[in-house]
Design a binder for this molecule. Structure first.
Ligand code: DAH
Length: 337
């Protein structure tokens, strides 16, 4: 019997040396450690032995059994550890990179705009979002019955029509002219509000940038040159321009600036509504009534002013064709810019 124990021990050792994975380990268990296994088989035969041999053989058997059990446990733990640290990890998967936020496309447009105009000697000014009727309308030469003063178009903050959410950034021009002496050369980015139905082309809250230059002998030619210099930097050198006569209460004469459509190069497409032209700004020479309302002598000084819609510029630059996409905060849209 001692010989048999010895040979089972050798078998145990040989098989253990071959265990490479959980499957071969399980085979080992089934062969030696279960009730019908080789070791239990030897224990079963103990009772057939004469009493004198039992202690020695029993001791040897116990040693074999403990050895097989403990080796089984040790190898199992080793294999499990290996599994945790390697086999479940796919080293060929791409790594996880940190996602870095970017500027919102509208903010990017404002920054680009500011950079270009700062390069031309303009400072940046800001005014309040909640304005009064004087700065938003009266000082800007709006007639008392102008439709913009209507509740349909403007969000009023109080019932006596004194305070309102500014409908454009042009009232900041008034604040600058009231508080500074010419020469004045500033741009004014900011948020504006209109009581509009929300659509692919219009929001009730959006952004504008106004600009103003007041000095002695400022001419319309300078206004044109400034608009053209800006647009070439913003949209590219190979542009054609068009100044169309227009009307704003606070400028005279007034014009709207068109550039050749950047998408179709003037051939006509969906973005330019098949005209070949894109409107980018309103502008004009500051109306003498505005200068007077702001305490500047129109006999001594003249000036030009302009106003851009930021979302519009952003849409033209990014190709986003529905203004609402800019504020849905959909990461799939915003991540692209
Ligand atoms: N305030 C005008 C608007 O909201 C835009 C504008 C046009 C501003 C001409 C100006 C300007 O300063 O000269 O539509």
């Amino acid at each position: 019997m001692l010989d048999e124990i010895k040979s089972v021990k050798e078998e145990v050792e040989n098989l253990l040396a071959e265990v490479k994975d959980m499957i071969s380990l399980e085979n080992f268990r089934l062969q030696f450690l279960v009730k019908k296994g080789a070791i239990q088989n030897l224990f079963d035969r103990l009772k057939e032995l004469p009493n004198s041999e039992k202690p020695l053989i029993g001791k040897e058997l116990n040693l074999l059994s403990k050895f097989a059990e403990s080796e089984y446990k040790r190898i199992k733990e080793e294999l499990e550890l290996k599994k945790d640290s390697s086999s479940d990890i796919d080293l060929t998967l791409p790594g996880r990179t940190d996602y870095k936020g970017t500027y919102h496309p509208v903010l990017k447009t404002i920054e680009e705009f500011v950079k270009i105009f700062e390069g031309m000697g303009f400072t940046v000014a800001e005014g309040p979002d909640i304005e009064d009727g004087f700065h938003n309308f009266d000082a800007l030469n709006f007639a008392p019955d102008h439709p913009a003063r209507d509740m349909q178009d403007t969000f009023f903050v109080d019932s006596d029509d004194e305070l309102l959410l500014r409908t454009h950034t042009t009232p900041v021009q008034v604040r600058i002219m009231q508080s500074q002496k010419p020469p004045i050369r500033s741009i004014m980015p900011g948020r504006v509000y209109r009581n509009e139905a929300i659509s692919a082309r219009a929001l009730a809250e959006f952004h504008q940038i106004d600009g103003i230059y007041i000095d002695k002998n400022v001419s319309f030619a300078e206004l044109k040159a400034t608009m053209i210099a800006f647009a070439k930097k913003m949209y590219g050198e190979n542009l054609k321009f068009r100044f169309r006569p227009s009307y704003f209460p606070f400028t005279e004469p007034s014009a709207e600036v068109d550039i050749t459509c950047y998408l179709c190069q003037g051939k006509g497409c969906r973005v330019c509504k098949y005209t070949g032209w894109l409107e980018i700004a309103g502008c004009g020479m500051v109306h003498p009534n505005v200068l007077i309302a702001c305490g500047i002598d129109p006999e001594e000084y003249s000036g030009y002013a302009f106003g851009f819609g930021i979302e519009r510029i952003t849409m033209l630059k990014t190709g986003i064709d529905d203004i609402r996409y800019l504020y849905d905060n959909d990461m799939r849209v915003l991540k692209q810019f």
